[in-house]
Ligand binder design. Structure first.
Ligand code: ATP
Length: 449
Protein backbone atom coordinates (compact mmCIF):
# COMPACT_ATOMS: atom_id res chain seq x y z
CA UNK A 1 0.00 0.00 0.00
CA UNK A 2 1.12 3.65 -0.52
CA UNK A 3 1.70 4.30 3.16
CA UNK A 4 3.49 7.61 2.48
CA UNK A 5 0.46 9.03 0.70
CA UNK A 6 -1.91 7.72 3.37
CA UNK A 7 0.13 9.29 6.12
CA UNK A 8 0.31 12.58 4.24
CA UNK A 9 -3.47 12.55 3.72
CA UNK A 10 -4.07 11.73 7.33
CA UNK A 11 -1.88 14.58 8.43
CA UNK A 12 -3.86 16.92 6.19
CA UNK A 13 -7.14 15.56 7.61
CA UNK A 14 -5.93 16.02 11.14
CA UNK A 15 -4.85 19.57 10.44
CA UNK A 16 -8.22 20.39 8.91
CA UNK A 17 -9.97 18.85 11.92
CA UNK A 18 -7.93 21.17 14.07
CA UNK A 19 -9.62 24.00 12.23
CA UNK A 20 -12.78 23.03 14.15
CA UNK A 21 -11.03 23.25 17.47
CA UNK A 22 -13.07 26.07 18.99
CA UNK A 23 -15.33 23.65 20.79
CA UNK A 24 -12.91 20.81 21.31
CA UNK A 25 -11.15 19.92 24.51
CA UNK A 26 -7.50 20.54 25.21
CA UNK A 27 -7.05 16.76 25.57
CA UNK A 28 -8.35 16.39 22.06
CA UNK A 29 -5.93 18.93 20.70
CA UNK A 30 -3.08 17.40 22.67
CA UNK A 31 -3.79 13.94 21.31
CA UNK A 32 -3.92 15.38 17.77
CA UNK A 33 -0.63 17.17 18.31
CA UNK A 34 0.93 13.96 19.64
CA UNK A 35 -0.22 12.03 16.59
CA UNK A 36 1.10 14.68 14.24
CA UNK A 37 4.44 14.67 16.03
CA UNK A 38 4.75 10.93 15.49
CA UNK A 39 4.10 11.25 11.74
CA UNK A 40 7.15 11.14 9.50
CA UNK A 41 7.89 14.49 7.90
CA UNK A 42 6.67 14.96 4.35
CA UNK A 43 10.24 14.80 3.10
CA UNK A 44 11.02 11.53 4.81
CA UNK A 45 7.72 10.11 3.60
CA UNK A 46 8.57 11.06 0.03
CA UNK A 47 11.92 9.36 0.32
CA UNK A 48 10.45 6.09 1.51
CA UNK A 49 10.21 3.36 -1.09
CA UNK A 50 6.61 2.83 -2.12
CA UNK A 51 6.85 -0.59 -3.83
CA UNK A 52 6.80 -3.89 -2.07
CA UNK A 53 10.36 -4.67 -3.32
CA UNK A 54 11.80 -2.99 -0.29
CA UNK A 55 14.06 -5.26 1.67
CA UNK A 56 13.24 -3.53 4.98
CA UNK A 57 10.09 -5.45 6.06
CA UNK A 58 10.22 -4.15 9.66
CA UNK A 59 9.81 -0.52 8.54
CA UNK A 60 6.78 -1.45 6.41
CA UNK A 61 5.06 -3.18 9.33
CA UNK A 62 5.80 -0.19 11.51
CA UNK A 63 4.12 2.13 9.00
CA UNK A 64 1.08 -0.13 8.76
CA UNK A 65 0.79 -0.18 12.53
CA UNK A 66 1.00 3.56 12.83
CA UNK A 67 -1.47 4.05 9.95
CA UNK A 68 -4.01 1.75 11.58
CA UNK A 69 -3.44 3.46 14.94
CA UNK A 70 -4.09 6.82 13.34
CA UNK A 71 -7.17 5.46 11.56
CA UNK A 72 -8.55 4.23 14.87
CA UNK A 73 -7.82 7.57 16.41
CA UNK A 74 -9.55 9.30 13.52
CA UNK A 75 -12.64 7.13 13.91
CA UNK A 76 -12.68 7.96 17.59
CA UNK A 77 -12.26 11.65 16.88
CA UNK A 78 -14.97 11.65 14.23
CA UNK A 79 -17.39 10.05 16.69
CA UNK A 80 -16.32 12.55 19.28
CA UNK A 81 -16.95 15.45 16.92
CA UNK A 82 -20.39 14.06 16.15
CA UNK A 83 -21.19 13.96 19.84
CA UNK A 84 -19.91 17.50 20.23
CA UNK A 85 -22.08 18.63 17.36
CA UNK A 86 -25.14 17.15 19.04
CA UNK A 87 -24.21 18.97 22.25
CA UNK A 88 -23.52 22.18 20.33
CA UNK A 89 -26.93 21.98 18.70
CA UNK A 90 -28.53 21.58 22.10
CA UNK A 91 -26.59 24.56 23.42
CA UNK A 92 -27.50 26.60 20.39
CA UNK A 93 -31.13 25.82 21.02
CA UNK A 94 -30.78 26.96 24.60
CA UNK A 95 -28.83 29.99 23.45
CA UNK A 96 -31.65 31.02 21.14
CA UNK A 97 -34.06 30.45 23.95
CA UNK A 98 -31.99 32.57 26.28
CA UNK A 99 -31.27 35.31 23.79
CA UNK A 100 -32.59 38.62 24.91
CA UNK A 101 -34.66 37.21 27.76
CA UNK A 102 -34.66 37.05 31.47
CA UNK A 103 -35.65 33.56 32.56
CA UNK A 104 -37.65 33.19 35.70
CA UNK A 105 -37.75 30.01 37.74
CA UNK A 106 -39.79 29.39 40.83
CA UNK A 107 -38.76 27.09 43.67
CA UNK A 108 -41.19 26.04 46.37
CA UNK A 109 -39.57 25.28 49.69
CA UNK A 110 -40.42 21.92 51.24
CA UNK A 111 -42.01 21.71 54.66
CA UNK A 112 -39.11 21.43 57.05
CA UNK A 113 -38.96 19.58 60.35
CA UNK A 114 -40.96 21.17 63.16
CA UNK A 115 -43.41 22.97 60.85
CA UNK A 116 -47.08 22.37 61.46
CA UNK A 117 -48.85 20.51 58.66
CA UNK A 118 -52.25 20.85 60.38
CA UNK A 119 -53.84 23.87 58.77
CA UNK A 120 -51.76 24.10 55.64
CA UNK A 121 -53.39 25.04 52.40
CA UNK A 122 -50.21 24.57 50.50
CA UNK A 123 -48.92 26.21 47.39
CA UNK A 124 -49.08 23.59 44.66
CA UNK A 125 -46.87 23.18 41.64
CA UNK A 126 -49.20 21.55 39.17
CA UNK A 127 -46.56 20.98 36.53
CA UNK A 128 -43.04 22.00 35.66
CA UNK A 129 -44.13 25.44 34.42
CA UNK A 130 -47.03 26.39 36.62
CA UNK A 131 -47.61 27.29 40.25
CA UNK A 132 -51.17 27.07 41.49
CA UNK A 133 -52.20 28.78 44.70
CA UNK A 134 -55.21 27.48 46.50
CA UNK A 135 -57.20 30.45 47.78
CA UNK A 136 -60.42 30.79 49.77
CA UNK A 137 -63.73 29.31 48.55
CA UNK A 138 -62.04 26.74 46.34
CA UNK A 139 -60.61 29.50 44.16
CA UNK A 140 -57.19 29.11 42.64
CA UNK A 141 -54.66 31.46 41.10
CA UNK A 142 -51.99 30.25 38.74
CA UNK A 143 -48.66 31.66 37.60
CA UNK A 144 -46.48 30.49 34.75
CA UNK A 145 -42.71 30.45 34.77
CA UNK A 146 -39.91 29.09 32.65
CA UNK A 147 -39.48 26.35 35.18
CA UNK A 148 -41.10 25.46 38.49
CA UNK A 149 -39.27 23.36 41.05
CA UNK A 150 -41.67 21.60 43.37
CA UNK A 151 -40.69 21.03 47.02
CA UNK A 152 -39.08 17.66 46.25
CA UNK A 153 -36.73 19.06 43.56
CA UNK A 154 -33.06 18.42 44.11
CA UNK A 155 -30.16 20.83 43.83
CA UNK A 156 -29.08 18.81 40.78
CA UNK A 157 -32.38 19.44 39.02
CA UNK A 158 -32.15 23.14 39.74
CA UNK A 159 -28.61 23.40 38.46
CA UNK A 160 -29.37 21.49 35.28
CA UNK A 161 -31.77 24.26 34.29
CA UNK A 162 -29.34 27.01 35.26
CA UNK A 163 -26.25 25.55 33.60
CA UNK A 164 -26.77 26.81 30.00
CA UNK A 165 -26.15 30.36 31.19
CA UNK A 166 -22.58 29.37 32.07
CA UNK A 167 -21.97 28.74 28.38
CA UNK A 168 -23.11 32.28 27.65
CA UNK A 169 -20.52 33.51 30.13
CA UNK A 170 -17.80 31.57 28.31
CA UNK A 171 -19.07 33.16 25.09
CA UNK A 172 -18.47 36.60 26.57
CA UNK A 173 -21.87 37.63 27.91
CA UNK A 174 -22.33 39.18 31.32
CA UNK A 175 -24.72 37.08 33.30
CA UNK A 176 -26.55 37.30 36.54
CA UNK A 177 -28.27 34.59 38.53
CA UNK A 178 -30.17 35.83 41.52
CA UNK A 179 -32.32 34.32 44.23
CA UNK A 180 -35.29 36.39 45.28
CA UNK A 181 -38.04 35.74 47.80
CA UNK A 182 -39.50 36.12 51.24
CA UNK A 183 -37.18 35.56 54.16
CA UNK A 184 -36.78 31.89 55.07
CA UNK A 185 -37.90 30.47 51.72
CA UNK A 186 -34.59 28.84 50.79
CA UNK A 187 -32.59 31.42 48.80
CA UNK A 188 -29.36 30.65 50.62
CA UNK A 189 -30.11 26.93 50.39
CA UNK A 190 -30.42 27.25 46.61
CA UNK A 191 -27.38 29.47 46.10
CA UNK A 192 -24.98 28.12 48.70
CA UNK A 193 -26.43 24.74 49.63
CA UNK A 194 -24.64 22.51 52.07
CA UNK A 195 -21.56 20.29 51.94
CA UNK A 196 -23.72 17.31 50.90
CA UNK A 197 -25.99 19.24 48.58
CA UNK A 198 -24.01 22.12 47.10
CA UNK A 199 -26.00 24.95 45.62
CA UNK A 200 -25.75 26.98 42.45
CA UNK A 201 -22.67 29.02 43.41
CA UNK A 202 -20.20 26.15 43.85
CA UNK A 203 -21.71 24.25 40.94
CA UNK A 204 -21.62 27.26 38.62
CA UNK A 205 -17.98 27.98 39.42
CA UNK A 206 -17.05 24.35 38.88
CA UNK A 207 -18.93 24.29 35.56
CA UNK A 208 -17.25 27.53 34.50
CA UNK A 209 -13.78 26.09 35.04
CA UNK A 210 -14.73 22.91 33.24
CA UNK A 211 -16.17 24.73 30.26
CA UNK A 212 -13.21 27.09 30.14
CA UNK A 213 -10.89 24.07 29.82
CA UNK A 214 -13.14 22.40 27.26
CA UNK A 215 -13.34 25.42 25.00
CA UNK A 216 -9.62 25.31 24.47
CA UNK A 217 -8.66 28.92 25.17
CA UNK A 218 -6.55 30.30 27.97
CA UNK A 219 -8.78 32.06 30.49
CA UNK A 220 -7.90 34.23 33.43
CA UNK A 221 -10.54 33.90 36.13
CA UNK A 222 -10.83 36.10 39.19
CA UNK A 223 -13.11 35.84 42.19
CA UNK A 224 -14.65 38.63 44.27
CA UNK A 225 -17.36 38.64 46.89
CA UNK A 226 -19.19 41.50 48.54
CA UNK A 227 -22.34 42.20 50.44
CA UNK A 228 -24.65 45.16 50.41
CA UNK A 229 -25.56 45.77 54.00
CA UNK A 230 -27.81 48.68 54.99
CA UNK A 231 -27.09 50.33 51.65
CA UNK A 232 -23.29 50.02 51.94
CA UNK A 233 -20.89 47.80 50.03
CA UNK A 234 -18.63 45.53 52.07
CA UNK A 235 -15.84 43.39 50.67
CA UNK A 236 -16.32 39.86 51.98
CA UNK A 237 -12.76 38.84 51.16
CA UNK A 238 -11.33 41.44 53.54
CA UNK A 239 -11.55 40.31 57.18
CA UNK A 240 -13.20 42.71 59.59
CA UNK A 241 -10.70 44.60 61.74
CA UNK A 242 -10.57 42.93 65.16
CA UNK A 243 -8.40 45.51 66.95
CA UNK A 244 -8.64 49.27 66.97
CA UNK A 245 -5.16 49.41 65.48
CA UNK A 246 -6.13 47.22 62.50
CA UNK A 247 -6.35 49.19 59.25
CA UNK A 248 -9.85 49.86 57.98
CA UNK A 249 -10.79 48.22 54.70
CA UNK A 250 -10.91 50.83 51.92
CA UNK A 251 -14.41 51.94 50.91
CA UNK A 252 -15.82 50.36 47.78
CA UNK A 253 -17.09 52.66 45.06
CA UNK A 254 -19.17 52.02 41.95
CA UNK A 255 -18.07 53.60 38.68
CA UNK A 256 -18.64 53.02 35.00
CA UNK A 257 -15.65 52.73 32.65
CA UNK A 258 -15.67 54.43 29.24
CA UNK A 259 -17.32 51.37 27.68
CA UNK A 260 -20.14 51.51 30.23
CA UNK A 261 -18.90 48.46 32.14
CA UNK A 262 -19.35 48.72 35.89
CA UNK A 263 -16.15 48.83 37.92
CA UNK A 264 -16.18 48.46 41.69
CA UNK A 265 -13.27 50.50 43.00
CA UNK A 266 -11.16 48.79 45.72
CA UNK A 267 -12.99 45.49 45.45
CA UNK A 268 -10.52 42.65 45.97
CA UNK A 269 -10.37 40.37 42.92
CA UNK A 270 -8.26 37.27 43.43
CA UNK A 271 -7.03 35.29 40.47
CA UNK A 272 -8.04 31.66 40.82
CA UNK A 273 -6.52 28.81 38.86
CA UNK A 274 -8.95 26.10 39.73
CA UNK A 275 -12.30 25.39 41.29
CA UNK A 276 -10.88 24.52 44.72
CA UNK A 277 -9.13 27.87 45.06
CA UNK A 278 -12.38 29.64 44.22
CA UNK A 279 -14.32 27.43 46.63
CA UNK A 280 -11.95 28.27 49.49
CA UNK A 281 -12.47 31.98 48.86
CA UNK A 282 -16.21 31.49 48.65
CA UNK A 283 -16.27 29.70 52.00
CA UNK A 284 -14.18 32.47 53.52
CA UNK A 285 -16.58 35.11 52.20
CA UNK A 286 -19.64 33.18 53.45
CA UNK A 287 -18.20 33.19 56.97
CA UNK A 288 -17.98 36.98 56.85
CA UNK A 289 -21.60 37.50 55.75
CA UNK A 290 -23.94 39.36 58.03
CA UNK A 291 -26.59 36.97 59.33
CA UNK A 292 -28.84 37.08 62.37
CA UNK A 293 -31.64 35.15 63.94
CA UNK A 294 -35.11 36.52 63.16
CA UNK A 295 -38.65 35.34 63.84
CA UNK A 296 -38.74 33.82 60.36
CA UNK A 297 -35.28 32.28 60.04
CA UNK A 298 -32.63 31.28 62.57
CA UNK A 299 -29.81 32.29 60.23
CA UNK A 300 -31.39 35.02 58.18
CA UNK A 301 -29.18 36.84 55.67
CA UNK A 302 -29.42 40.50 56.53
CA UNK A 303 -27.76 41.68 53.34
CA UNK A 304 -27.50 40.96 49.64
CA UNK A 305 -24.56 38.64 49.05
CA UNK A 306 -22.94 39.04 45.64
CA UNK A 307 -20.29 36.82 44.10
CA UNK A 308 -18.54 38.05 41.00
CA UNK A 309 -16.53 35.76 38.79
CA UNK A 310 -14.69 37.74 36.11
CA UNK A 311 -13.41 35.91 33.06
CA UNK A 312 -10.79 37.30 30.71
CA UNK A 313 -9.65 35.71 27.50
CA UNK A 314 -7.18 37.44 25.20
CA UNK A 315 -7.03 35.00 22.29
CA UNK A 316 -10.66 34.31 21.38
CA UNK A 317 -11.87 36.69 18.73
CA UNK A 318 -15.29 35.02 18.72
CA UNK A 319 -15.98 36.10 22.31
CA UNK A 320 -18.10 39.20 22.74
CA UNK A 321 -15.74 40.85 25.22
CA UNK A 322 -12.26 40.31 26.50
CA UNK A 323 -13.50 40.42 30.10
CA UNK A 324 -16.98 39.63 31.27
CA UNK A 325 -18.57 38.62 34.52
CA UNK A 326 -20.93 36.25 36.15
CA UNK A 327 -22.84 37.59 39.15
CA UNK A 328 -24.31 35.12 41.61
CA UNK A 329 -26.57 36.92 44.02
CA UNK A 330 -28.32 35.73 47.16
CA UNK A 331 -30.67 38.62 47.82
CA UNK A 332 -31.74 39.52 51.33
CA UNK A 333 -35.23 38.24 52.07
CA UNK A 334 -38.21 40.47 51.51
CA UNK A 335 -40.20 40.75 54.71
CA UNK A 336 -43.30 42.38 56.09
CA UNK A 337 -41.98 44.32 59.00
CA UNK A 338 -45.34 44.16 60.83
CA UNK A 339 -45.36 40.41 60.53
CA UNK A 340 -41.75 39.76 61.50
CA UNK A 341 -42.15 42.14 64.49
CA UNK A 342 -38.56 43.23 63.94
CA UNK A 343 -37.32 46.17 65.91
CA UNK A 344 -34.10 48.18 66.31
CA UNK A 345 -31.27 47.02 64.07
CA UNK A 346 -33.26 44.10 62.60
CA UNK A 347 -35.98 46.57 61.60
CA UNK A 348 -33.46 48.89 59.90
CA UNK A 349 -31.90 45.95 58.07
CA UNK A 350 -35.32 44.74 56.91
CA UNK A 351 -36.22 48.24 55.66
CA UNK A 352 -32.92 48.58 53.77
CA UNK A 353 -33.43 45.19 52.10
CA UNK A 354 -37.03 46.03 51.15
CA UNK A 355 -35.98 49.41 49.72
CA UNK A 356 -33.34 47.94 47.46
CA UNK A 357 -35.61 45.08 46.36
CA UNK A 358 -38.20 47.63 45.43
CA UNK A 359 -35.53 49.52 43.42
CA UNK A 360 -34.70 46.25 41.68
CA UNK A 361 -38.39 45.84 40.89
CA UNK A 362 -38.50 49.35 39.43
CA UNK A 363 -35.50 48.66 37.20
CA UNK A 364 -37.05 45.45 35.97
CA UNK A 365 -40.36 47.11 35.37
CA UNK A 366 -38.69 49.97 33.43
CA UNK A 367 -36.81 47.45 31.33
CA UNK A 368 -40.09 45.70 30.69
CA UNK A 369 -41.69 48.89 29.48
CA UNK A 370 -38.61 49.73 27.43
CA UNK A 371 -38.36 53.10 29.12
CA UNK A 372 -35.53 55.38 28.07
CA UNK A 373 -34.65 56.06 31.65
CA UNK A 374 -33.92 52.98 33.74
CA UNK A 375 -33.61 53.97 37.43
CA UNK A 376 -30.41 52.02 38.13
CA UNK A 377 -29.15 54.79 40.40
CA UNK A 378 -31.85 54.30 43.04
CA UNK A 379 -29.96 51.60 44.92
CA UNK A 380 -26.47 50.20 45.25
CA UNK A 381 -27.80 46.81 44.20
CA UNK A 382 -29.04 48.03 40.83
CA UNK A 383 -25.96 50.20 40.30
CA UNK A 384 -23.69 47.19 40.78
CA UNK A 385 -25.78 45.01 38.47
CA UNK A 386 -26.34 47.72 35.85
CA UNK A 387 -24.27 46.07 33.10
CA UNK A 388 -25.52 42.60 33.93
CA UNK A 389 -29.25 43.25 33.94
CA UNK A 390 -29.84 45.24 30.80
CA UNK A 391 -29.38 44.60 27.10
CA UNK A 392 -26.74 42.16 26.06
CA UNK A 393 -26.74 40.17 29.27
CA UNK A 394 -28.29 36.96 30.46
CA UNK A 395 -30.32 36.80 33.62
CA UNK A 396 -31.95 34.08 35.64
CA UNK A 397 -34.18 34.97 38.54
CA UNK A 398 -35.08 32.22 40.98
CA UNK A 399 -38.08 33.26 42.96
CA UNK A 400 -38.54 31.33 46.18
CA UNK A 401 -41.86 30.81 47.89
CA UNK A 402 -43.06 29.23 51.08
CA UNK A 403 -45.51 26.32 51.07
CA UNK A 404 -47.31 27.73 54.13
CA UNK A 405 -50.78 29.19 54.12
CA UNK A 406 -49.78 31.91 56.58
CA UNK A 407 -47.25 33.16 54.01
CA UNK A 408 -49.79 33.43 51.21
CA UNK A 409 -49.63 37.25 51.07
CA UNK A 410 -45.83 37.24 50.69
CA UNK A 411 -46.07 34.39 48.21
CA UNK A 412 -48.48 36.37 46.03
CA UNK A 413 -46.19 39.45 46.23
CA UNK A 414 -43.14 37.39 45.23
CA UNK A 415 -44.96 35.68 42.39
CA UNK A 416 -46.29 39.02 41.10
CA UNK A 417 -42.79 40.47 41.25
CA UNK A 418 -41.44 37.48 39.32
CA UNK A 419 -44.24 37.62 36.77
CA UNK A 420 -43.38 41.26 36.02
CA UNK A 421 -39.75 40.25 35.54
CA UNK A 422 -40.69 37.39 33.26
CA UNK A 423 -42.02 39.62 30.56
CA UNK A 424 -38.85 41.71 30.39
CA UNK A 425 -37.31 41.48 26.98
CA UNK A 426 -33.69 42.38 27.40
CA UNK A 427 -32.57 42.14 23.79
CA UNK A 428 -32.80 45.02 21.41
CA UNK A 429 -33.64 43.34 18.15
CA UNK A 430 -32.60 46.33 16.08
CA UNK A 431 -28.98 46.47 17.05
CA UNK A 432 -26.41 45.44 14.50
CA UNK A 433 -24.95 42.98 16.97
CA UNK A 434 -28.33 41.27 17.38
CA UNK A 435 -28.76 41.07 13.65
CA UNK A 436 -25.30 39.58 13.31
CA UNK A 437 -26.08 37.02 16.02
CA UNK A 438 -29.29 36.04 14.28
CA UNK A 439 -27.44 35.70 10.99
CA UNK A 440 -24.78 33.47 12.50
CA UNK A 441 -27.41 31.42 14.30
CA UNK A 442 -29.07 30.69 10.97
CA UNK A 443 -25.73 29.86 9.37
CA UNK A 444 -24.79 27.62 12.29
CA UNK A 445 -28.15 25.89 12.29
CA UNK A 446 -27.83 25.30 8.58
CA UNK A 447 -24.37 23.85 9.12
CA UNK A 448 -25.37 21.71 12.08
CA UNK A 449 -28.68 20.31 10.89
N1 ATP B 1 -35.22 23.05 49.10
C1 ATP B 1 -34.91 22.89 50.41
N2 ATP B 1 -34.67 21.66 50.91
C2 ATP B 1 -34.37 21.49 52.20
N3 ATP B 1 -34.28 22.49 53.11
C3 ATP B 1 -34.52 23.73 52.68
C4 ATP B 1 -34.85 24.00 51.32
N4 ATP B 1 -35.03 25.31 51.18
C5 ATP B 1 -34.82 25.84 52.40
N5 ATP B 1 -34.53 24.90 53.30
C6 ATP B 1 -34.24 25.12 54.72
O1 ATP B 1 -35.09 26.18 55.17
C7 ATP B 1 -34.40 27.06 56.06
C8 ATP B 1 -34.41 28.50 55.52
O2 ATP B 1 -33.69 28.51 54.30
P1 ATP B 1 -32.69 29.68 53.91
O3 ATP B 1 -31.86 30.15 55.06
O4 ATP B 1 -31.97 29.22 52.70
O5 ATP B 1 -33.74 30.82 53.56
P2 ATP B 1 -33.46 32.28 52.94
O6 ATP B 1 -34.53 32.52 51.95
O7 ATP B 1 -32.06 32.40 52.50
O8 ATP B 1 -33.73 33.19 54.22
P3 ATP B 1 -33.22 34.70 54.52
O9 ATP B 1 -33.77 35.56 53.47
O10 ATP B 1 -33.82 34.99 55.86
O11 ATP B 1 -31.75 34.63 54.54
C9 ATP B 1 -32.99 26.49 56.17
O12 ATP B 1 -32.92 25.69 57.32
C10 ATP B 1 -32.83 25.64 54.94
O13 ATP B 1 -31.91 24.58 55.11
Amino acid sequence: MDSGKSIRNLAVSLHSLLGLKTHLTSNWVKSISDIIKTLPSEKSVDMQPTNSDTDDDDDGDGDDDSVSKIKDELTFLTNYINQLNIKRRQILHEFLDLKGNIRVFCRIRPITGGENFGHLRPVVASNSNEVVLKLMDNKTKSYNFDQVFHPGSSQDQVFTEVEPIIKSVIDGYNACIFAYGQTGTGKTFTMEGSADTPGIVPRAIEALFKQAVDCNHAFLISFSMLEIYMGNLKDLLVPKPTKVTDPMAPCLSIQADPKGEIVIGNLVAIEVNDFNQALRLYRLGCRLRTTASTNSNLTSSRSHCMIRVAITCFDAAERRRETNKLWLVDLGGSERVLKTKASGKRLDEGKAINLSLSALGDVISSLQRKRHHIPYRNSKLTQVLKDSLGDDSKTIMLVHVSPKEEDLCETICSLNFATRAKSVHLGNEDTTVSRQISFWCIVLLHYLL
